[in-house]
Design a binder for this molecule. Structure first.
Ligand code: GAP
Length: 450
């Protein structure tokens, strides 16, 4: 399968099974904006919940916050976004298409329009990626602000408040998950480059002398995180940004990249941003953002290491990593293609499908319903009684459901006492089946989805 064919199949599966739809589809869509359907929403929630668990709940040194999307315009002036958060834009004079200059292919040292092939392009000019909006009823400069292009700045401007209420000592971090908006010149590659997306960001504040060591520490933590959601190191590339390409305030940056079907692309940046952001906001606001070290009796502005990941990009990476097709033989001996998503059980949208062998047998249905009631408080399950059992398995394979519980005549004791009180648990990837006692279903599944 070619990489473009693979991507087409993934996009089509996402729509067919309700992972991701085009935003405002019935009106022709809105470029760069996407809606998550029932399965996509569960997948995204599981990812964000696991990130929060790893980064906040399982640690003593990180607390969370949830900042507003609209902030005082001065935040964006001080952070440098108003002045410099730009991409170089060029227009094709021939067909009037618009591009990001750095994404255009070059032929014989000249940039070429990817739509009509013309070389007649304008000089690149800086295009600010922030969406403008007005706060209140007056639409003039005094009311202007922006939809946040990253969640990080809310953390910097609340640093002092959170330091005081949490009573944390350096090093400690503030984590946040939320929407960000960028008016990308060329949204592309499905959800990869969107105009509205979510970020999961941690700002980990430290002493200046700890910065470089913590950069390496957080890089390793983040790689472990990806392995724990099923994106192993074989699918990732690590790119250490050469010092001359790092932002002027950064003393080191890594990009964690993923092998998407459309190429190796950034999933997350881990950056040592020194004391740049807090210093900028202290200068611009006139409010002290210093930390007082009780041991040394010194005041100083903390340095920060920032692992910043995209939710939507990671969801896309999870789907790309999980997508598979294999040739199997059905129960009648016919060869067929099985499409499946091999999600790690921890992030799979549905953890378990529950199937009575026949829908018109009251005892089978009642027993299956009881299992649904038993599991529902603990995990997302899906009850399905329609169609042949093989078809029901296939439907759940395509949704990425790692386990299926089938209630059959053994379960209800109609095939003799041997299998009474047991069900079949089918494992998605191997398709292996095993008999498990009714009382064991919950612990069996809980152990595997944590
Ligand atoms: N606070 C630092 C920051 O925002 P960034 O590299 O610009 O750094 C961090 O963004 C992450 O946000 C990226 O690695 C990516 O996963 C995600 N991201 C950025 N722009 C995006 C876009 N247009 N669409 C989807 N995700 C995006």
């Amino acid at each position: 399968m070619s990489t473009s064919e693979r991507m087409e199949k993934i996009v089509s599966l996402c729509k067919r099974r309700g992972f991701i739809f085009q935003s405002s589809e019935i009106y022709g869509g809105l470029n760069g904006c996407w809606d998550y359907g029932p399965l996509g929403t569960e997948l995204k929630r599981n990812l964000k919940d696991f990130w929060w668990r790893r980064m906040v709940h399982e640690r003593d040194d990180v607390v969370g916050m949830d900042g507003s999307i609209l902030m005082n315009r001065q935040v964006w002036v001080a952070s440098g976004h108003e002045g410099t958060f730009t991409d170089p834009m060029v227009d094709c004079r021939n067909c009037r298409s618009r591009f990001r200059a750095d994404q255009l292919p070059e032929k014989n040292g000249r940039k070429q329009c990817t739509v009509c092939g013309s070389y007649d392009l304008t000089e690149p000019r800086a295009f600010n990626l922030m969406f403008k909006t007005y706060v209140g009823a007056t639409e003039d400069e005094s009311a202007l602000t922006y939809l946040r292009p990253e969640t990080a700045q809310a953390i910097f401007v609340q640093f002092k408040n959170i330091l005081e209420v949490s009573r944390k000592k350096l090093p400690f971090g503030i984590a946040q998950v939320g929407k960000a908006f960028r008016n990308e010149i060329n949204p592309r590659n499905f959800t990869f480059r969107s105009r509205e997306f979510e970020q999961m960001e941690l700002e980990y504040f430290c002493r200046p002398e700890q910065g470089l060591e913590l950069l390496e520490y957080w890089l390793q933590e983040r790689l472990k995180f990806y392995a724990d959601i099923g994106i192993g190191s074989d699918l990732l590339h690590l790119h250490k940004i050469p010092p001359e390409e790092c932002a002027h305030y950064s003393k080191g940056t890594y990009d964690i990249e993923f092998q998407f079907p459309f190429g190796v692309q950034e999933l997350e940046g881990v950056a040592y941003r020194t004391d740049y952001d807090l210093t900028q906001h202290q200068k611009a606001s006139g409010k002290s953002l210093e930390y007082f070290d009780e041991e040394t009796k010194q005041h100083f502005i903390p340095h920060v290491v920032e692992p910043s990941a995209g939710v939507d990009r990671t969801v896309l990476a999870l789907i790309c990593a999980a997508f598979d097709e294999e040739q199997v033989t059905d129960e009648k001996g016919k060869a067929e293609t099985r499409t499946l998503l091999r999600f790690h059980p921890r992030i799979a949208p549905i953890k378990c499908g529950i199937f009575p062998l026949l829908k018109n047998n009251e005892r089978l249905v009642r027993q299956a319903r009881e299992i649904v009631d038993l599991l529902r408080p603990h995990m997302m399950v899906f009850y399905d009684e329609s169609g042949a059992i093989g078809r029901r398995y296939r439907r759940q394979d395509e949704a990425g459901t790692p386990f299926g519980v089938t209630v059959d005549f053994d379960t209800i004791g109609e095939s003799g006492p041997a299998g009474e009180g047991t069900v079949t648990i089918r494992e998605r990837d191997s398709m292996k089946q095993q008999r498990v006692a009714l009382a064991e279903i919950k612990p069996f599944l809980l152990e595997r989805i944590q």
